[in-house]
Design a binder for this molecule. Structure first.
Ligand SMILES: Cc1cc2nc3c(=O)[nH]c(=O)nc-3n(C[C@H](O)[C@H](O)[C@H](O)COP(=O)(O)OP(=O)(O)OC[C@H]3O[C@@H](n4cnc5c(N)ncnc54)[C@H](O)[C@@H]3O)c2cc1C
Length: 702
């Protein structure tokens, strides 16, 4: 970049709303050559840090150069980019997907922050928001909203809490990280409000948000004639219609928020991701979509500063038309199609590219049986089959010496991996309908049979054998959170709860769990078990199926037509006999062995129904129904690895820390790319992004 252009960049950065075209054109220089930037940096690049063995740093061709490179335009990445931009940095957001928002766009938007944040205060005062969107009365009592960072920090590191699966969740959280997290929730909530995100009433607290106070609220928009982030409105077409259509604006149909906010208000992740995206674009953040971080470029493999990234072109094409998928909005997009490029970060790289839930090999760091590739992560179609949550930040970080933290926090986590009640789609965590460009990747929305629906089916493994009591398959442990009480895995309710009191985990409470509050069932583990179809070396379980007939469809009131099921995505089959159904199932690409036991299993089951007792798994009474046809159905049943706990170790400034406990200079991470917080979702990611954006912008330019 010439001095002249640097000057333009700095000026533009100081008032980035002034002239968008100037800032976009000038502060990222395309095709920067070897020399100026690289020569000033010096040093060598080790073989493993970039695939350029023995290459000198002086040899690197920097294709783009910017102050801060943020990898991942989702929950942690968008706030990081906006904050760095607010503080005057030039920012490039790189995302492997064709559109912005990541899992946050798919999410429910229920954001747990607290510590005395602006939404808690608003509800405490019984007030509405400035635009008058929130018209319902506060949903929780005032005392449950009186919060402060000290209490939040205490809650987040409380050793004494035990969930209803018997696991202490808060105990293992990184102290430094959560101290900083608790100190920054108030600032982050205000930052979100300042960047067009609106919140409904506080109505609880998320898994990992502590049990002492109510801290979570959903992001909302108002239904209107125009989709307009400044005005906070969304059209009914963009909000979508359940069972019928989604839109590119909101891959999941937006939910009715009448009870949480007021009439005509809707919520979900689109009400959070799209306003943040809009704000980032408005402020002059640049986006390079269809671009996958492959490697970090560091001065030496295990020492020196992070200089930038190398990234490859990852476009997605409509499976039906072959057309390249494009982002909803284009302001600030850089359409770069070269196969591989290097991007220099003068100040810092922020890794905000999510976790490794979609990478079966990396999942096995925690649970070897989850190498089974049929099971995918949530938001699989949205983020890209085979690339969604591929652990790329962790891989890139490890290659330059980063440490990991909190990997064990996945243990028995009922959110992390569990059996879904939505059948007949591989992307079973949530529905999505035609209208979103990624619908063809999943092919069906799936049929949510709910926990009650399991009485109408039997569940079988890849050889056609039952493996668990179906009624218990979707049951999961509860996570300790506000408002407490045995149902939430807390011996007392919130007003009596004393943080860090040993009585929270006293043997009497554990005994109480044993008397009914304990809700862990090992159905997932039974489903992943080695069976007759498993073979060396991995002994994978194979896919899972629920088997039922027309009578079940009738009793359950299930709609098994398109778009809930698809005739050709390999997730739903029908036949006039069980034998023929077993044959059909072989069309699923992950069916590796004949379903040789299915006919015997169904016959045995029908015999159990006759005597109203299930010899194998002790189902009994009215919750047993024969499977007799005339049409027999098989629908895929999924274990979804939803999100990851454990990832790159970061400190309170979100700096990535290496295996010797030293900070890797100019490298930051947040959200699911990072570890050390047994804390769910959005609250975790946005605060990390808020911190990382500031810290990255404050780095000196290299
Ligand atoms: C259906 C659903 C409902 C949810 N509901 C809630 C909720 O109500 N409340 C809550 O707290 N949490 C919820 N979550 C979880 C929450 O959305 C995630 O935990 C959060 O979005 C994670 O933030 P992140 O920034 O780590 O990842 P993301 O938001 O997923 O962003 C990561 C981004 O990085 C990109 N990326 C990945 N790899 C690369 C690469 N190598 N190079 C470039 N870009 C890359 C991805 O394409 C993506 O855009 C939900 C999630 C889902 C799927």
């Amino acid at each position: 970049m010439t001095d002249d252009k640097v000057k333009h960049a700095d000026e533009a950065a100081s008032d980035h709303r002034e002239d968008e075209s100037l800032t976009r054109r000038d502060f990222i220089k395309k095709g920067a050559v070897v020399g100026a930037g690289a020569a000033a940096i010096g040093g060598t690049i080790a073989a493993a840090s970039v695939a350029k063995a023995d290459a000198s740093i002086d040899d690197i061709v920097w294709d783009y150069e910017v102050d801060v490179v943020v990898v991942g335009a989702g929950c942690a990445g968008l706030p990081a980019a906006i904050r760095a931009r607010d503080l005057g940095a030039t920012v490039l957001l790189v995302d492997q997907n064709f559109d912005v928002g990541g899992k946050m766009l798919h999410s429910g938007s229920w954001t747990s922050l607290g510590g005395g944040d602006a939404v808690q205060k608003r509800d405490l005062a019984g007030a509405s928001d400035a635009e008058g969107m929130v018209t319902v009365e506060p949903l929780v009592e005032p005392a449950a909203l009186e919060d402060n960072p000290e209490l939040l920090f205490k809650d987040m590191t409380d050793w004494s809490i035990v969930d209803t699966g018997g696991v202490p969740r808060y105990r293992y959280n990184e102290r430094d990280l959560h101290r900083a997290w608790a100190n920054n929730t108030v600032g982050t909530r205000q930052f979100l409000l300042d960047n067009y995100v609106r919140y409904a009433r506080i109505n609880g607290t998320h898994y990992g948000g502590g049990v002492s106070r109510a801290r979570a609220a959903s992001a909302v928009l108002r239904l209107g004639d125009k989709t307009d982030m400044r005005a906070g409105t969304v059209t009914p077409e963009d909000a979508g219609k359940k069972g019928e259509f989604s839109s590119q604006f909101a891959p999941r149909v937006m939910s009715d928020s009448t009870k949480r906010a007021g009439e005509g208000i809707v919520h979900n992740g689109a009400a959070m991701a799209r306003p943040l995206e809009f704000s980032a674009r408005e402020k002059g953040v640049h986006f390079m979509l269809n671009r996958h971080l492959d490697e970090l470029i560091r001065e030496e493999q295990f020492s020196g500063q992070i200089l930038g990234i190398s990234a490859s072109y990852t476009p997605r094409f409509d499976p039906n038309t072959g057309e390249r998928l494009e982002s909803l909005w284009g302001e600030g997009n850089i359409d770069e199609r070269r196969e591989s490029i290097n991007i220099r970060a003068r100040k810092a790289v922020v890794l905000a590219s999510g976790g490794y839930a979609g990478n079966p090999q990396m999942r096995s760091m925690f649970y070897p049986a989850m190498r089974e590739p049929t099971f995918v992560t949530s938001a699989w179609a949205l983020l890209g089959p085979d690339r969604a949550e591929d652990g790329s930040a962790m891989k890139a970080g490890l290659a330059v010496g980063a440490n990991l933290s909190g990997m064990q926090q996945n243990y028995n986590h009922s959110v992390t991996y569990h059996i879904k009640t939505r059948i007949a789609t591989r992307d079973a965590y949530t529905d999505m309908y035609p209208g979103h460009p990624t619908f063809p990747f999943r092919g069906s929305a799936g049929v949510d049979i709910g926990t009650k629906g399991f009485e109408h089916v039997i569940a079988v493994n890849q050889v056609g054998k039952r493996f668990f009591n179906e009624i218990d398959l979707p049951k999961r442990p509860r996570h300790p959170r506000w408002p407490g009480g045995a149902k939430e895995g807390v011996p007392r309710d919130w007003s009596e709860h004393v943080p860090t009191d040993w009585r929270n985990s006293r043997p009497e409470w554990i005994a109480e769990l044993a008397q009914g509050a304990y809700t862990r069932h090992d159905g997932v583990d039974a489903a992943l078990a080695i069976n007759e179809g498993s073979s060396e070396p991995d002994f994978l379980s194979g896919p899972l199926w629920v088997i039922f007939d027309d009578a079940a469809v009738e009793r359950g009131g299930w709609n098994i037509n398109y778009p809930f099921t698809s005739p050709d995505n390999g997730q739903f089959f029908s036949a006039s006999s069980i034998e023929a159904l077993a044959q059909e199932i072989m069309k699923n690409p992950y069916s590796r062995v004949p379903m040789s036991h299915l006919a015997d299993t169904v016959a045995a089951w029908n015999g159990f129904v006759d005597k109203a007792y299930d010899d194998d798994f002790e189902r009994q009474g009215e919750k047993m129904h024969k499977i007799e046809g005339p049409t027999f159905y098989a629908a895929s049943l999924m274990i979804i690895w939803h999100d990851t706990y454990g990832g790159l170790r970061i400190n309170g400034k979100t700096q990535v820390v290496d295996m010797d406990g030293k900070v890797i200079p100019r490298l930051y991470a947040g959200g699911e790319a990072s570890g050390g917080g047994g804390q769910h979702g959005l609250g975790r990611g946005v605060v990390h992004g808020y911190i990382a954006g500031k810290e990255a912008a404050m780095e000196s330019s290299s």
